[in-house]
Write a protein that binds this ligand. Sequence first.
Ligand code: BTN
Length: 259
Amino acid sequence: MVENSLSPASITSNLETHFVGQRVVYYPSLTSTMEVAKQEARQGAVEGTVIIADEQTAGKGRLKRVWLSPQGNIALSVILYPSVAYLPSLIMLASLAVVHSIEVVTGLSPQLKWPNDVLINRKKVCGILIESNVRGDIVDYAIIGIGVNVNLRLYDFPEIQPTATSLSEELGRDVSRLNVIRCLLVEMERLYLASAAGGSIYEKWRDSLVTLGRRVYVKSGETIYEGVAESVAKDGSLLLRHPDGSLSKIIAGDVTLHD
Ligand code: BTN
């Protein structure tokens, strides 16, 4: 029997972290955990506070897109106060922590597509959104938003069926959201602390990207580039080799892999 409640106590109880997930604010339904997390951060919420919802009515995706967030999935935001130098690592640690928790809890083998899509069998199972408020060298806050399709029945959402999957669709059974969340929070803190102590997760993130070495289309703003995804820089941007031999550094965009 898979649990259907995400009470703060069920998440925090014996959670093996120092601060990530030690304070959890739970909503049965809300607009977006990003919005509530920002309000909390502005009011000085303790670092590692998690805002979590069973359902979002206005889930936010990257590039101003909508993120579908019905019951049965994971929708959470984590509040952090990193140094400015550490901001690019947040996307790396979040993606690696999601992959780790899915592997540990389900035995599935997700892949990462630049910049922050987690895929299973080439379909998206998780999206990550980082929002921060930075003034010069001062980071007021950074919010890591994570949405995982856990027990989503794709049959009920034909609009995303061609591009999305869920853990339950892949396994043919429901999955404990609680196990995924607890594992995710522990791994996020482990990677965050390791990096703050001078370790680098850049190489691991780079080597996990299925995008690299592949011919791709990249949509960045209104422009579509074509080329070979050669590498990623330490700031997280994509290095794209064009057919004429020139190299572009792409900070934000969407990648489509050539078959
Ligand atoms: C993407 O476009 O791939 C990013 C999706 C991020 C969705 C998560 S769900 C929890 C948090 N709250 C939101 O409104 N968005 C993020």
